[in-house]
Design a protein around this ligand. Structure first.
Ligand code: TRP
Length: 345
């Protein structure tokens, strides 16, 4: 049986944190056993909300090093740099003809972002989900692993595939979202861990940085002394221990001591720091090695992109044909046959 095809990706906004690791990267690494995977470095999508040309390349390298260290395997999967393949932008333009402005204005990520940004949204921000739809349909992906916030975008991709197929003939599979069941991790300040909140523990952090961040974490706000009964529920230190501490029996015992007021926050945090550092050690070693070889990382990225380019070109030719457009291949073939005039009738 042929494997189903996956396309998913991240915007290269910088190094990945432990929330990315347990929320997505570990799942992606596993999915490589059962699916044909395309992993997209969505650098065009970054430009919808900010442009810092001086950081973009470094952010891509950081993300690549994290992806590979977390087990994304370029020998089995295809890693694609979005901006190098113009077909992403071309297909997005063509699909935008099938998408109303009102439909895009209703998408929650757009509504939230425009409220947050406090400025006039660009056309690029409005059509962000159309570009994402193009990313998926360009490779005729059947499965798209994403977090919950991305579901409205996948819904648009499904609708667009349906509309295209109805209008121009069966071309695209309707992509299915594969929802990550990993919880969102709390950051050191107990808000959701997020690069832009400055509350993240990064895969590339040293053990010392990790320990320092953990020791500064919020715990149970109702607890003043180590002898007060503590709360485990809603306590970010325990939320992370649940994921990263291997010895579940020891953790259960620690929780009951905490609830009885028999253990201080410092001891609990020390345990978390050491669990995290143990969990991350092998990944960090691979990560450091990879990050020191930027040329290798770029080669991996380019060779995946070259592979993807063939697929992208093929789909775009098909779409051009179905939409009644002429693609350059047909023009150059006719031109070679010295039959240019025939091209236009
Ligand atoms: N919008 C996604 C995010 O912010 C990134 C992305 C771009 C993506 N293109 C995609 C995810 C295609 C899945 C499929 O996380």
């Amino acid at each position: 049986m042929t494997k189903k095809r996956i396309l998913t990706g991240h915007r290269p906004t910088g190094p990945r944190h432990i929330g990315h690791l347990v929320g997505t990267l570990e799942t992606w690494a596993r999915l490589q056993d059962t699916h044909e995977c395309f992993f997209l470095v969505a650098d065009l999508h970054v430009l919808t909300t900010n442009y810092h040309p001086e950081h973009l390349q470094e952010n891509i390298l950081n993300m690549m090093a994290d992806w590979l260290a977390a087990g994304i395997d370029p020998n089995r999967s295809t890693i694609v740099l979005q901006s190098i393949i113009p077909e992403h932008a071309q297909l997005a333009l063509l699909l935008s003809m099938l998408t109303t402005v009102a439909r895009l204005e209703r998408i929650p990520t757009y509504k939230d972002q425009t409220r947050e940004l406090n400025l006039q949204p660009s056309t690029g921000l409005l059509t962000y989900p159309v570009l994402q739809t193009a990313d998926i349909l360009l490779y005729k992906a059947q499965v798209v692993p994403v977090g919950e916030d991305q579901l409205p975008h996948i819904e648009l991709a499904r609708e667009t595939a349906r509309r295209f197929n109805q209008t121009f003939g069966k071309t695209f599979p309707e992509p299915e979202a594969l929802l990550s069941n990993a919880p969102r991790l709390p950051g050191v300040d107990n808000r959701t861990m997020h690069t832009s909140y400055g509350n993240a523990i990064y895969l590339r952090d040293t053990p010392e940085e990790t320990t320092r961040k953990v020791m500064s974490m919020y715990t149970d706000p109702t607890r003043l002394r180590a002898t007060d009964p503590g709360h485990v529920e809603g306590n970010p230190v325990f939320a992370l221990l649940d994921i990263f501490h291997a010895d579940k029996a020891e953790l259960a015992e620690l929780k009951s001591r905490y609830e009885e007021g028999k253990v201080g926050d410092v001891e609990v945090k020390r345990l978390l720091a050491s669990s995290l550092n143990t969990y991350l050690a092998p990944l960090r070693e691979r990560r450091a090695e990879l990050f020191n070889r930027p040329k290798l990382l770029m080669e991996v990225l380019y060779s995946g992109t070259v592979k993807a380019k063939f697929e992208a070109q093929h789909t775009l030719e098909e779409v051009y044909e179905k939409m009644g457009l002429l693609h350059s291949k047909s023009i150059s073939e006719k031109a070679l046959a010295r039959d240019v005039s025939g091209v236009f009738c």
